[in-house]
Design a protein around this ligand. Structure first.
Ligand code: HEM
Length: 391
């Protein structure tokens, strides 16, 4: 593998190309552990989605205007009048959710296979930071269309910042750029979304991939017992793993286009600070924290709630330094696997409660009104469902 003839000659006359070629050669012909398979494509999937988000984001930026007067109209213009504008807006909106989903699967894979253990602790830590940056992307991007749901979800979301001990009031003011969500907030979220976060994410991905390559992918052997992969045993990165990534890329394009056509994200009503919609819910990836916060009311309760939401993330960041066991195989790590499953099922359950709270649902043929805390109340024929004040 190397540069094609004329380009090689041009470069050779000017630079020491051997070093660059040697490096590229090593990366392309790297041998991956024998168990490397389809479960190892979620990281690449997240990266493909980051590339797609960057490209569609640039396209959106051409006509988007970040002011309260123009933001909503500019999105309407993009979807209604610009060639393929509807498509790249949908691909961007769906891509955000799919990227977070890809990261969740990537985390599950690396957690249960024990890939975060020595010497890959920092690969994991940079990964958790990447996850946090990605959900912040989601939070800041959600406001940009300046529609009712986004305006009120951001109002409620930034209200939670007020519950942070000591700096809460300041933090809320800082995030909003004032006492309430206004054009100042839109301007801040816009700058964070299109300038600050993309650079942080791109830089962090670079560090993450460098660390991943420096230690190669983890084998299933115990910590300190990993052997170098002999060339006749390993999976060649090129062409075998790269081919899998190619299949994933094609599949991803198909899924993004299908979702954009079949289940488009509606823009809804423009933001109106004077009319509060009845039930405001955040995006699915914030539902577990949103639901958890509801169980902690009052001055001290709210502080405990913020801790209850923050502790799982702190545990995630430091997990490789807390779990010092040598075994990597899930069968040999019942405690870590058990805790991981409890965390995962807990998040799913809270997310589900957040999703169904303040709605009516049918379970086993019986209608229920689900209250704010997720508790089901039987609806008896002829009686009105209990009403809930907007919050
Ligand atoms: C934009 C975000 C991310 C990108 C682009 C990314 C990309 C990748 C890629 C391409 C790999 C190689 C193999 C694989 O896919 O499994 C990898 C490995 C790894 N990633 Fe990520 N990743 C991201 C976020 C995360 C997150 C959120 C975590 C966990 C908290 C994480 C932890 C790891 C670990 C521990 C490895 C080493 C796996 C092994 O040695 O088997 N990454 N990452």
């Amino acid at each position: 593998m190397g540069f094609p003839g004329p380009i090689r000659k041009f470069l050779e006359r000017r630079y020491d190309t051997e070093v660059a070629e040697g490096f590229l050669d090593k990366q392309i012909h790297k041998r991956l552990p024998p168990h490397t398979g389809w479960l190892h494509v979620f990281g690449s999937l997240a990266m493909l989605l980051f590339i797609s988000q960057t490209l569609t984001g640039i396209m959106l930026l051409i006509y988007y205007r970040p002011t309260p007067d123009e933001a909503y109209k500019s999105i309407q213009f993009i979807t209604g009048s610009v060639h393929f504008g509807w498509l790249y807006r949908q691909v961007h909106a769906w891509g955000a959710s799919l990227m977070i989903l890809a990261l969740v699967f990537h985390m599950i894979r690396t957690f249960f296979m024990g890939s975060y253990k020595k010497p890959r602790e920092l690969t994991w830590v940079t990964g958790v930071l990447l996850f946090l940056v990605t959900i912040t992307f989601g939070f800041t991007g959600y406001l940009l269309p300046w529609n009712q749901i986004a305006f009120w979800a951001t109002t409620v979301g930034t209200e939670s910042a007020n519950k942070v001990p000591v700096i809460g009031a300041w933090l809320q003011y800082f995030l909003r750029g004032g006492d309430s969500v206004t054009g100042e907030t839109l301007s801040r979220f816009f700058v964070v979304h299109v300038i600050i976060l993309p650079w942080i994410l791109a830089g962090l991905i670079g560090v993450h991939l460098f660390l991943m390559r420096a230690c190669n992918l983890a084998t299933m052997e115990d910590v300190d017992a990993e052997k170098k992969i002999p060339s006749e045993h390993g999976i060649p990165f090129f062409p075998v793993h790269v081919a899998k990534e190619g299949v994933v890329a094609v599949f991803l394009v198909a899924v993004l286009v299908t979702l954009s056509v079949v289940a488009p994200w509606e823009i809804g009503e423009p933001a109106n600070a004077l009319s509060t919609p009845a039930h405001i819910k955040p995006e699915w990836y914030f539902l577990p924290s949103y639901q958890l916060l509801k169980y902690f009311e009052g001055e001290y309760g709210a502080v405990i709630g913020i801790f209850a939401c923050g502790v799982p993330f702190a545990l995630l960041v430091f997990w490789p330094f807390l779990d010092r066991g040598k075994a990597r195989h899930p069968k040999k790590r019942p405690i870590a696997v058990g805790l991981g499953l409890i965390g995962l099922l807990g998040a799913l359950f809270l997310g589900y409660l957040g999703h169904v709270s303040e709605t009516e649902q049918t379970y086993f043929g019986q209608r229920y009104h689900i209250d704010l805390l997720g508790w089901p109340n039987k609806i008896v024929e002829g009686e009105d469902a209990p009403s809930e004040a907007p919050h």
